[in-house]
Ligand binder design. Structure first.
Ligand code: AMP
Length: 300
């Protein structure tokens, strides 16, 4: 089974009540690929500008991530995001965003990636998500992520994309914004009418919700006692979820539920430190240990 991800690869500056980091590696595809690589090999497709400091890209070294689809585009500038959690640890406030290369065209997909069966369209411009999807002819499961910026500014592109994906992952605020519904369950059901067969609504420290035609499932977050930087939690959640699904090779309700739990656990490592530090320090054994703990904590 092959898992391909495309999304943003960027340079982040982040402030939280526990400190700040300037010009660190970030981006949806970066967090996703690291998280998913605990479970399955990952094919990364993304683009940075020629200004991207080479050491930032060293994070992929020695990982189960094939970077043949990582383009360093001449004459372009890397995506940059500056976020702050000083007001609310549950929601990033975007202080500044420079789309740069994300406002151009999608990265080329290497020929050896074209047979990818599992595809995750991590958060990026919905036009780029569609462009990438259009090149992949063997996709069996396509799941996408998005964010408030695109819901507000690129709705037409986003609606088109939703008609082409099997699953959508988004947070509760985004689900409300997309549908105009206050109740997240109703919002998730409305999203199903837009195309996806299942919707995962992330609710930060309050866990997540899976809604499909055949299932409604709620899961609390892992009771994390160390939350330093929430950046990338959503992408890591999606990476853990998709990576596990690929490793199982089936999409039964039970596999999806277990996948959500792995996503939750992987995200708990991401938020324990800045940038990728929490995730890169984690091991598969620690992930499995927390997964068992979460399972036990849910038993009553
Ligand atoms: P998350 O905390 O999981 O929602 O994702 C955080 C990552 O998303 C950061 O590392 C940012 O670089 C990236 N990001 C922020 N805004 C955007 C955007 N408009 N498009 C793509 N990626 C973004």
């Amino acid at each position: 089974m092959s898992l391909l991800v495309t999304g943003s690869i960027g340079i982040d500056t982040v402030e939280t009540p526990f400190g700040s980091r300037q010009d660190v590696i970030g981006g949806s595809a970066v967090y996703f690929s690291h998280a998913a690589s605990f479970f399955a090999p990952v094919r990364l497709v993304g683009v940075v500008g020629e200004d991207c400091p080479k050491p930032l890209l060293d994070v992929f070294r020695g990982k189960n991530i094939d970077t043949a689809g990582l383009e360093i585009r001449k004459g372009s500038k890397t995506f940059r995001w500056h976020g702050s959690y000083l007001k609310d640890m549950n929601e990033a406030e975007t202080v500044e965003v420079d789309l740069n290369v994300l406002a151009e065209r999608a990265a080329k997909i290497p020929p050896e990636f074209l047979d990818s069966e599992f595809v995750f369209l991590a958060n990026t411009h919905p036009a780029l998500q569609q462009e990438t999807l259009g090149m992949l002819k063997s996709a069996k499961l396509v799941v996408a992520d998005t964010m408030n910026l695109w819901i507000q500014t690129e709705r037409a592109h986003l609606e088109k994309l939703l008609g082409k994906v099997d699953g959508l992952v988004l947070n509760d605020g985004e689900a409300r914004l997309l549908t105009g519904q206050k109740n997240v369950i109703v919002a998730a059901r409305d999203v199903l009418k837009m195309g996806p067969k299942f919707v995962v609504v992330k609710k930060g420290e309050h866990g997540c919700l899976l809604v499909s035609e055949r299932d409604t499932f709620v899961l609390p977050a892992y009771p994390a006692d160390k939350v330093v930087d929430p950046t990338g939690a959503g992408d890591s959640f999606a990476g853990g979820m998709m990576g596990y699904l690929v490793s199982q090779g089936n999409l039964s309700s039970a596999a999806l539920r277990r996948a959500l739990a792995f996503g939750t656990v992987v995200a708990s490592f991401t938020i324990s430190d800045f940038s990728l530090a929490g995730l890169t320090a984690a091991t598969r054994e620690q992930i499995d240990e927390r997964w068992e703990k979460l399972k036990a904590a849910m038993s009553f």
